[in-house]
Design a protein around this ligand. Structure first.
Ligand code: SF4
Ligand code: SF4
Length: 302
């Protein structure tokens, strides 16, 4: 348990440092303006709103919608190539370690609540929603529902994204009097979505990542084939079930260590009493714990 807590601290530190570095345009927060320098041409791997006053890079989902919806669109080589490269290298490791909105949900889930929900009826079905959102709001609508000049709208950003509301919409409206005078129904709608996600994040671990995030949907497809992967040494595993019990994403890592939903948080690795779960780019099975037999015997007596 102490190992798992340490793991959480390390992960939280990495998440916090990455979020701070990629949102370090401090002048933006002071002046209420967005950074528009050359770094904005590059994407960050996680969901980080383009309109966050501190953002140095672009959100890949926002960029993908912009390119797909642009009049002269042929193919989004850079964005698709970027997503494929990142996905092929590390899959949903990005969700676990390098996504600012993942960090926000992790922190919200630490808020005490009388009854936290780990699993509910319909959970598995609801996880399909993020693939539908990716297809409809990120790809089809921006490509085909265009204005008279032939340009599409980033529908996911405009209608759904709570990260955009929290990181971009709210700070900009607070700091810009002109924006305050023109906000209307859409802004209220986005605030409602954000409020629901914040509340749900307190009682359910990462609801946005599980059910809504189109970026998580893309990276999830790469999880089973990415270079960075998890492996379970079947000889070392004593089927104690501790890894499944402790997985907040609802995965059974001893059965499917490279499941679509795994965000590579590492909790299962740390909790496993025999060290049967390993991760890495080479990923040779390694039974690092020499006391496996002892653990097996001990478990057999329980
Ligand atoms: S399977 Fe392990 S690494 Fe993946 S989300 Fe669950 S606890 Fe984290
Ligand atoms: S915690 Fe380790 S030993 Fe127990 S079931 Fe999971 S992989 Fe196997």
């Amino acid at each position: 348990m102490a190992k798992a807590k340490n793991n959480n601290k390390v992960r939280l530190s990495v998440q916090a440092v990455w979020a701070a570095v990629t949102n370090s345009y401090v002048i933006g927060f002071i002046q209420g303006k967005i950074y528009k320098g050359s770094l904005k041409n590059l994407c960050v791997p996680g969901l980080n709103c383009y309109s966050c006053p501190g953002a140095l890079g672009s959100c890949p989902i926002g960029a993908l919608q912009s390119v797909l919806g642009s009049r002269g669109f042929k193919f989004a080589f850079y964005i698709v190539g970027f997503l494929m490269l990142v996905g092929a290298i590390c899959g949903r490791f990005i969700c676990g370690f390098l996504c600012p909105f993942g960090l926000i949900q992790d922190l919200l889930h630490k808020i005490p609540f009388p009854k936290k929900i780990k699993m509910f009826k319909g959970d598995k079905l609801l996880r399909i929603l993020k693939y539908i959102i990716l297809l409809v709001f990120v790809i089809i609508l921006p490509m085909f529902f265009v204005d008279i000049s032939g340009n599409g709208t980033p529908y996911f950003c405009k209608l759904i994204c709570p990260a955009g509301t929290l990181e971009g919409g709210i700070p900009l409206v607070i700091m810009d009097k002109m924006l305050q005078s023109i906000i209307g129904f859409l802004y209220t709608w986005k605030l409602v979505i954000l409020g629901i996600i914040i509340f749900l994040s307190i009682i359910i671990y990462r609801p946005f990542c599980k059910y809504i995030c189109p970026l998580g949907a893309i990276y999830s497809i790469f999880n089973p084939i990415s270079f960075y992967r998890y492996k379970v040494d079947k000889n070392a595993c004593i089927n104690c079930g501790k890894c499944s019990e402790n997985c907040k994403m609802g995965i059974k890592p001893n059965i499917n260590p490279n499941a679509l939903e795994c965000i590579r948080c590492g909790d299962c690795k740390k909790i496993c009493p025999t060290g049967a779960i390993t991760s890495g780019f080479k990923n040779k099975p390694s039974c690092k714990n020499k006391d496996v037999k002892h653990e097996k015997d001990k478990c057999g007596k329980l």
